[in-house]
Design a protein around this ligand. Structure first.
Ligand code: FAD
Length: 365
């Protein structure tokens, strides 16, 4: 996919270079002194939804579960979300809905669950989060297909007129979605990865595994502990392009965290940063100084959607929503003289957050 002819290859290609290209699974056994009975820590990695995932599981020695079983369960869970909610697969449930007209369209329970939550966050954020932003995302060059130039003003106006989360009706009883305008096309990229994290976690608990960390494309859920004496500590990146360092590390216990930002998935055009986060109220990419938003929430799906909603709202309006809703959020804001200013809400576990000096991404030691 190449964004508008901006000369050099788009920076977008810098997102999360696939560290294990082609490797569906890399499994590493680490013996963990986990108390009286030793246990193994399995580290499983792979590719899904155009990004990478890592699952770290502390497997008690008496656990009867096999590594094959866990691999199969994880792969099935992420593939199920990918094949339902991808706009990169023509035959996905979402792509078929996007091509459907205005009559009721039968969907799976998981689609009802995800679109219902997307609509709730859309209401909460007064439309800053809006899954009908799909055509605008594509028009600005962040969808599956290449674009030659940024969209013209009249194109943006037309796409704004046909979009709007209020034009999607979710009917959980009938298991259907209905669009009020056949031009509506939904994009679940800002919520479905978080949903996939929750889904993998549910499957691991079903296998009676309780101490694990699941991360997909930067959305994370931590369950139980890493060892008897250590909880899971998750890194928050410095919001800078390229393999960045860590800004801080936060200890998570039985909760989830999602981070959204404009520092990975963007390109520059005439010296202006064009972000993949689109403001559905204007049809344009965000331009404010809020570089990264992290949200902690019991649901990774909700954290994922809230992080994008707050990224759209920006530092002031985002902070107002955080305080109104009592959210646990961390903002990293570009400072005038360079660097970043940090704002953490009252609900953010500042006592469990340390400014990191390390470089490692994802889970920090
Ligand atoms: P987030 O902030 O979490 O999400 C930003 C994304 O949400 C934007 O890229 C845009 O798509 C959308 N968005 C922008 N503004 C808004 C808004 N105001 N409201 C709601 N949504 C908005 N990428 C590939 O390159 N290849 C693939 O095969 C591929 N398959 C995918 C399959 C699935 C099921 C999903 C969900 C995504 C897939 N992607 C694929 C997309 C890739 O994973 C995204 O780049 C990634 O999801 C963006 O997440 P993020 O954490 O970077 O940003």
């Amino acid at each position: 996919m190449s964004p508008p002819n901006s000369g050099p290859p788009p920076l977008k290609r810098m997102i999360v270079p696939a560290l294990f290209v082609g490797a569906l699974f890399l499994v590493v056994f680490l013996r963990q002194p986990n108390g009286p009975e030793y246990s193994d820590q399995w580290v499983l990695t792979g590719q899904t939804m155009g990004t990478a995932f890592t699952v770290k599981i502390v497997v008690p020695s008496e656990s009867g579960v096999s590594q094959d079983e866990v691999e199969t369960v994880i792969r099935a869970a992420v593939d199920a979300v990918d094949s339902a909610m991808s706009t990169y697969q023509d035959d996905s449930e979402l792509s078929r809905f996007n091509r459907h007209g205005t009559g009721p369209f039968d969907v799976s329970e998981s689609m009802i669950e995800v679109v219902s939550e997307a609509q709730r966050v859309a209401e909460l954020s007064a439309g800053a989060f809006d899954i009908t932003v799909g055509p605008l995302v594509d028009a600005w060059g962040f969808g599956p297909d290449p674009v030659a130039d940024p969209p013209a003003a009249e194109t943006i106006a037309a796409l704004l007129a046909s979009g709007g989360f209020d034009k999607i009706d979710v009917d959980p009883e009938r298991g259907t979605l209905v669009k009020a305008d056949e031009a509506i096309r939904c994009d679940l990229s800002a919520i479905a990865k978080g949903y996939a994290v929750d889904r993998v976690a549910r499957e691991l608990v079903r296998l009676e595994l309780t101490d694990f960390m699941v991360e997909i494309g930067g959305e994370v859920r931590a369950s139980g502990r890493k060892t008897v004496s250590e909880a899971w500590r998750i890194g928050i990146e410095r919001p800078e392009a390229g393999p960045g360092g860590l800004w801080s590390a936060v200890t998570l216990v039985d909760t989830a965290m999602a981070t959204s930002g404009d520092y990975r998935n963007y390109y520059e055009r005439d010296g202006v940063r064009i972000s993949h986060t689109i403001d559905p109220r204007t049809g344009h990419p965000i331009t404010h100084k809020l570089a990264s938003v992290s949200v902690i929430h019991p649901s990774c799906m909700t954290a994922d959607a809230l992080a994008t909603a707050l990224s759209v709202l920006g530092p002031e309006d985002g902070r107002a929503m955080v305080e109104r809703e009592g959210l646990a959020a961390l903002f990293l804001i570009r400072a005038a003289g360079g660097g970043f200013e940090e704002w953490a809400s009252d609900g953010w576990p500042s006592e469990n957050t340390v400014r990191a000096t390390g470089v490692e991404q994802g889970e920090s030691e």
